[in-house]
Design a protein around this ligand. Structure first.
Ligand SMILES: [Zn+2]
Length: 153
């Protein structure tokens, strides 16, 4: 197959390593064959990338420095960093305990206040009932009259 032969010569063609006759053959084929033209563009782009990579030269002793860094012992972590998980668990337990204590304390005092209020309300209701049944309910004209009579005696 002619295309396969041409495509094998694309890289040497780009590097100007072909004979003048082979160079002319590749050039003419690429002008008429879309597949080989595309292959030539791809080869050209790849060759440009490879040229750019060859231009990157590592600084002296690059490999030795990388290996030394890889083999260096890892510096010890501070105590706080190592204890962090345990400390956060202790903090969670403390927050929960304080929350429960606050809930129990406040809930208990609110219940006690409610009990006092209930007792007072019962007493007041009893007083009102008794007062309503009496002949002279508090604040009534009859009470004022009887008070005046008692004072004048
Ligand atoms: Zn071709």
């Amino acid at each position: 197959m002619r295309c396969r032969r041409i495509q094998r010569k694309l890289s040497p063609y780009l590097d100007c390593e072909l004979s003048p006759r082979a160079t002319e053959a590749v050039r003419r084929h690429v002008e008429t064959c879309a597949a080989c033209r595309r292959a030539l563009e791809e080869t050209s782009a790849l060759s440009g990338l490879l040229d750019a990579m060859e231009e990157m030269t590592p600084r002296p002793f690059f490999v030795r420095r990388v290996m030394a860094a890889a083999e260096a012992p890892v510096p010890a972590q501070p105590v706080v960093t190592r204890l962090k998980p345990a400390l956060s668990r202790i903090a969670a337990v403390l927050v929960t305990a304080v929350g429960l204590w606050l809930g129990a304390t406040l809930g208990g005092s609110l219940r006690a206040e409610q009990a006092v209020d209930d007792a007072f309300a019962d007493e007041l209701a009893l007083d009102l009932e008794v007062a309503a049944l009496s002949a002279t309910p508090p604040g009534s004209l009859a009470e004022v009259y009887l008070d005046l009579v008692a004072e004048s005696e």
